[in-house]
Design a protein around this ligand. Structure first.
Ligand SMILES: Cc1cc2nc3c(=O)[nH]c(=O)nc-3n(C[C@H](O)[C@H](O)[C@H](O)COP(=O)(O)O)c2cc1C
Ligand SMILES: O=C(O)C(=O)c1ccccc1
Length: 414
């Protein structure tokens, strides 16, 4: 049921008043294969859980008796006005959640004035997504840079033509993390869906690909092209992925490195698109990103799906912010489930946050309308948090508004 909000802020879905509730609804709406693929983290899932728990270590120090009658949550991103410092992180294969898929997410983002990151491995083409949002929201294409440069080159050219403003090169996937439910379920994309951006390159073999990170069946089905080529490390064999582009065979690229690939990518993208890196977790790599003139970084551990045991992103954020010293924007993702989390990430120095799974849960719940609901919940919570904390402009959110509480309950100023 939808009712008018008593405070006049908008409509409420009485069945779903928080992202926590949204997660529960979505849980029941997704088939097991999809739910497990979307929700799980690598190995024991401790990094996935810690991404969320890290936010609970901080509490807000609200200031009062400030006129907070006019709160502005807007920020600029790639020259566009975003209605809040929040975007939808790129996640693969959204049609698994709902037939609206990436188009539903794009329409929701457009309606809410929120940036959308589109995965290379979307089930909708980048042209169709761009057409939904053209000129209204800053679209970002997430890139997995393949060893076969020609595919990536074509994709980049298409993204430029479609008006994408930036590419986020994902750098935390030299190999795919080990996701045990995915292995056990022998997860694969059902044959009626396509990895749409590569449909031309795709062969019918997609539907029966094996799960790559399962022991002893990883990439041995791929033909070895030439022993002199770089390739995946598969036991003793070096195997270059040459077959159809499937999400299992091509997302990981262990050969990527700063000098060779970042420079190449900047040349390919410039001047039309900015090159960012997604998946930075240390001050050292943040400094390298600055050194290599990337335009921004996303502190991310891929939602805990890659290296389990890695630091929660909120805990990695301060060292990255300190290293970068404002030279390039620092964004963060992972574990953001409430508007107060957005506030905390910004207080610790992030310029912007991206939410991943909550958008998938929104899609599963009600397609486009569910993503809009999720964005409305988190944006409203963020605005309310600003007002209750006594802040009216996003740029005024600082570490003065936070304290850290340790395990024994000891409270310290930052
Ligand atoms: C099901 C799923 C698919 C994802 N696919 C991609 C992808 O294709 N490319 C990418 O860079 N990150 C991908 N991510 C990672 C997200 O962009 C983001 O880093 C992460 O979801 C943030 O954590 P959160 O889900 O806790 O918000 C994926 C995450 C999930 C949950
Ligand atoms: O599942 C993922 O986390 C992911 O990023 C991905 C996307 C496409 C192919 C393989 C992995």
């Amino acid at each position: 049921m939808v009712v008018r909000n008593v405070d006049g802020v908008g409509d409420h879905d009485l069945n779903c008043l928080s992202i926590e509730e949204l997660e529960r609804h979505a849980y029941n709406m997704m088939d097991k294969q999809t739910r497990d693929y979307y929700n799980e983290g690598a190995d024991s899932g401790s990094t996935l859980r810690e991404n969320i728990e890290a936010y609970r270590k901080y509490r807000i120090r609200p200031r009062v008796l400030r006129d907070v009658s006019k709160i502005n949550t807007e920020v600029k991103l790639f020259g566009h006005t975003n209605t809040a410092p929040i975007g939808v992180a790129p996640t693969a294969m959204q049609r698994l959640a709902h037939s609206d898929g990436e188009l539903g997410t794009a329409r929701a983002c457009r309606n809410m004035g929120i940036a959308m990151g589109l995965s290379s491995f979307a089930t909708t083409t980048l042209e169709d997504v761009a057409a939904e949002c053209a000129g209204e929201v800053p679209n970002v294409l997430q890139l997995y840079l393949f060893e076969e440069r020609e595919h990536s080159k074509k994709l980049i050219a298409r993204a430029k033509k479609a008006g994408f403003k930036a590419v986020f090169l994902t750098v935390d996937t030299p190999f795919l993390g080990r996701r045990n439910l995915e292995i056990r379920n022998q997860f694969k994309l059902p044959p009626h869906f396509k990895i749409a951006n590569f449909a031309e390159e795709e062969e019918p073999a997609l539907a029966d690909e094996t799960t790559p990170n399962a022991p002893n069946q990883s990439r041995t089905r791929q033909k070895a092209k030439s022993s002199s080529k770089p390739g995946y490390h598969d036991g003793e064999k070096r195997v270059y992925p040459t077959g159809p582009i499937t999400f299992h065979s091509h997302a990981a690229n262990p050969t990527l490195c700063w000098e060779k690939d970042i420079e190449w990518l900047k040349e390919e993208c410039c001047p039309e698109m900015e090159v960012w890196v997604k998946g930075i977790a240390t001050a050292e790599d943040a400094l390298l990103a600055v050194h290599h003139n990337v335009r921004g970084i996303v502190v991310s551990n891929h939602g805990g799906r890659q290296l389990n045991g890695a630091l929660a992103t909120l805990d990695a954020l301060p060292e990255v912010v300190e290293a970068v010293q404002g030279k390039i924007p620092v964004h963060v993702d992972g574990g953001i489930r409430h508007g107060t989390d957005v506030f905390k990430a910004l207080a610790l120095g992030a310029d912007f946050v991206w939410v991943g799974r909550p958008a998938l849960w929104g899609l599963a719940y009600k397609g486009q309308a569910g993503v809009e609901l999720m964005l409305k919940l988190i944006s409203d919570e963020f605005k309310l948090c600003m007002g209750l904390a006594g802040v009216i402009k996003v740029e005024d959110i600082s570490k003065d508004y936070l304290v850290k509480v340790d395990r024994s309950g000891f409270v310290s100023r930052l």
